[in-house]
Design a protein around this ligand. Sequence first.
Ligand code: ADP
Ligand code: 5GP
Length: 385
Amino acid sequence: MGKILIVCAPSGTGKSTIISHLMEQGLPLRFSVSCTSRPPRGQEQNGVEYYFITEEEFRSHIAAGDFLEYCEVYAGRFYGTLRSEVDTRLERGENVVLDLDVIGGENIKRIYGDRAMSLYILPPSIAELRRRLEARGTDTPEVINDRIARAEFELSHAKNFDTCVVNDDLATAKAEAFVKVRNFLEGHRPKRTVIFGGSFNPLHNAHLELAREVVREGLAEDVWLMVSPQNPLKDTPTLLDEQKRLELCQRAVAEDEGRIHVCNLEFNLPRPSYTWNTLQELRRRHPERDFSLLVGADSAQNFLRWYRASDILATTPLIVYPRSGYTIPDELDTMATRGIKRLQAPLRDISSTDLRRMVREGKSIRGLVPDAICNDVETAYSNVL
Ligand code: ADP
Ligand code: 5GP
């Protein structure tokens, strides 16, 4: 039995470009040619991009039960997937790729379950989408307006998809889509990895509990603690040397091998480190993974001040854990194309600032930091202000 790749995106995002790339690269995929009642555009040929049929012909296919799914994507413009394009090929062991609107995509995913992977291609912004549609030069201004009006609706469904690729730089998007689809055809799903960034000055048990909770809750296969480096522009006397913080984190997670990993990627990126740049670099280096971001409600409350906050929200799922006295602004939910999940973790009253003060005052911090590093944390921070 073959497999199904469902590709969705607002019109103009680059879906056709990316699907063509996957096929040109030799991935074993057959394109399912849909029926449409819209006229051909540019160089499109009947039987290649679509079967171009009249509205009456479309309705008679509906009446005959020929469609697996169909949809009036734009007023008076019908699109539908013929059963014959999919089922006969699957039975022959061929893999099929479908270019669908989000409703069609969700319906097909519901029918085929794990045999299908739904891939959402995200545009960097609506403004860029308009620019691409205009540059493509195949649609009238009215049609472009219809497509832009539909884009917000399409984007609101992105969070329901198995995996996403951001089509900002085309070469990067093609490479990421290629790895994700190749892996799927070989039987591997994208690994869901949560990025938990911080200075971890020092790492404490509440940090570790949160990371473990993410995996326990099934929100990801693993969590990467992204240790932020020293900021050379800031004088931060309370910050322990970055290599030392990294090493303490690594020893602390030794027992969590496979589910918590410590990462020093930001040490080698331009400083100051911005989460947006880190996420971009992670996507480039690890196309086989899907990254989400874990932040506290305190960060969520101030999130819109982060560098390229709206781009992060447009491309990256957020997981927020509670912090007393902080709330998540409503607009974040609206802006988060890939959704915001609330982690139902208990509030733990430990903070790195309190731990440093306790060490300074000669109080024991045992039980508050992982046992494996407790003595070393006490020694290291007794010399830090
Ligand atoms: P869709 O199939 O999603 O409607 P297309 O694949 O036709 O979109 O792409 C829309 C237009 O944008 C095309 O002219 C394409 O060459 C261009 N395009 C695609 N990806 C990018 C990108 N990353 N940057 C700039 N232009 C792009
Ligand atoms: P376009 O006119 O740009 O070729 O396609 C418009 C929208 O219709 C795109 O989002 C495309 O993915 C979607 N589409 C194409 N074929 C089908 C189909 O068979 N069924 C559904 N539901 N949507 C389709």
